[in-house]
Design a binder for this molecule. Structure first.
Ligand SMILES: *[C@@H]1O[C@H](CO)[C@@H](O)[C@H](O)[C@H]1NC(C)=O
Ligand SMILES: *[C@@H]1O[C@H](CO)[C@@H](O)[C@H](O)[C@H]1NC(C)=O
Ligand SMILES: *[C@@H]1O[C@H](CO)[C@@H](O)[C@H](O)[C@H]1NC(C)=O
Length: 374
């Protein structure tokens, strides 16, 4: 990595820490002219920055997203939840415990509670019990102990709108990939005065910023977006209000869908794929279910899931690619490039959710460079 990139990161981090200290959000709405941007690349599998460059920065923070854009992300990915006062925010877990300093805030100690979420009794500090102003007093921290801890305490949780602004303000076209996260839980706990529900607010926000159009249309290419969810009824419901492409996420084999209580076998059957393809342009499965590892951490034979989805015209965007040895199967000799090579060239996926956008980008620039450099 060249020194110029290092300086850019330092500048970004400094800029973001100023926001964090002053509490000034990312400017809204986007003030940057949208014309003449370097377009989205569409000739090779999409580099989807999972929770931003969360391998380096605390997940779903502005710093993580800006870093991912710097590193060549095609899409920045986020999980959308709602606060007690109905503001949509970027956060993966329904609780704040593992990725923020909430435990160091005695004023919130009494918020700790237990809710059953997707059939699991979960205890912690729940996003749905905090207002946006309260959330903004917290600071994000790195989830994994083996990742860089130096940014802990520096960055705020950002709103869905701030996340959108980061993508719109990028110097080239950068897509967004927001998830309708835990909609059953959110709709159980958060009520909007106008009677609308979480999914309505989610689509309304996208429309407010001009996101529209089916996959690969002119509108879509200008502001690309994929909408993802593990809850099929949410994706079917919003198909009446937006034709943006939708991706049906598929959880681990032991998990049932949160809204329809369906098993893994049911939602990956031919008949279900046939149903969901009318609403979704693709699926987003956990990669270990497509090519399962054995107990010695070597991969077994691939299932036919990718072939069956492709046969129906659906794309496949598996999750999650991570550089660390603890996540890499032994087939890849602890080399993340070898893993990318396998999934892109042997399995033939159409997009990859990665914690390390920079690594995937460098692999692709090496293996299948674009004519115009990002
Ligand atoms: C959930 O767990 C908490 C903490 O262990 C416990 O107090 C509560 O009774 C449990 N609730 C349910 C519904 O099992
Ligand atoms: C979509 O709209 C049609 C026509 O109004 C309606 O029949 C259908 O139930 C709606 N679908 C969903 C999922 O809301
Ligand atoms: C799924 O299971 C839950 C809990 O048993 C139940 O409340 C809900 O109605 C079920 N949903 C469907 C679509 O069957």
């Amino acid at each position: 990595m060249g020194p110029s990139i290092d300086f850019a990161v330092v500048a970004v981090v400094l800029a973001i820490s100023v926001f964090a200290v002053s509490g000034r959000p990312v400017p809204l709405p986007s003030k940057v002219f949208q014309g003449n941007k370097l377009p989205l690349q569409t000739s090779r599998p999409y580099n989807i920055a999972h929770r931003g460059a969360n391998g380096e920065f605390p997940e779903e923070t502005a710093a993580a997203y800006l870093r991912a854009i710097d590193e060549g992300a095609d899409f920045i990915e986020s999980d959308i939840l709602a606060t007690k006062d109905g503001v949509l925010v970027c956060h993966h877990d329904v609780t704040l415990d593992d990725t923020s300093d909430v435990a160091n805030h005695p004023e919130f100690a009494d918020r700790k509670t237990s809710y059953v979420v997707q059939g699991v009794n979960t205890t912690g500090f729940f996003i749905v019990d905090f207002t946006i102003d309260e959330l903004k007093t917290l600071r994000a921290k790195q989830r994994y102990s083996f990742r860089d801890q130096q940014y802990n305490g520096m960055f705020q949780i950002i709103t869905f709108e701030e996340y959108i602004s980061i993508a719109l303000d990028a110097e080239r076209v950068v897509g967004i990939y927001p998830e309708i996260k835990n909609p059953v839980h959110v709709n159980d706990h958060v009520k909007w005065a106008d009677g609308q529900k979480f999914e309505d607010k989610f689509v309304e926000t996208l429309q407010k910023y001009g996101y529209k159009g089916a996959y690969m249309t002119e509108d879509w290419l200008k502001q690309p977006a994929f909408i993802q969810s593990f809850a099929p009824t949410s994706l079917v419901y919003i198909s009446n209000t937006t034709d943006l492409p939708k991706v049906f996420l598929i959880d681990d084999v032991t998990v049932i869908t949160e809204d329809t209580n369906q098993t893994y076998a049911e939602i990956t059957s031919d008949s279900y794929f046939n149903y969901i393809k009318d609403y979704c342009m693709g699926i987003g499965p956990w990669k270990d279910n497509i090519v399962p590892p054995n107990s010695n951490n070597y991969l077994e034979k691939a299932t036919d899931e990718v072939a069956r989805a492709h046969a129906l015209g659906m794309q496949v965007h598996p999750y999650t690619y991570r550089n660390e040895n603890t996540f890499l199967h032994f087939d890849f000799n602890q080399d993340p490039y070898a893993e990318y090579d396998f999934w892109i060239n042997n399995v033939g996926v159409d997009g990859l959710f990665t914690d390390f956008t920079g690594s995937l980008h460098m692999y692709q620039e090496w293996a299948s460079p674009l004519n115009t450099k990002a």
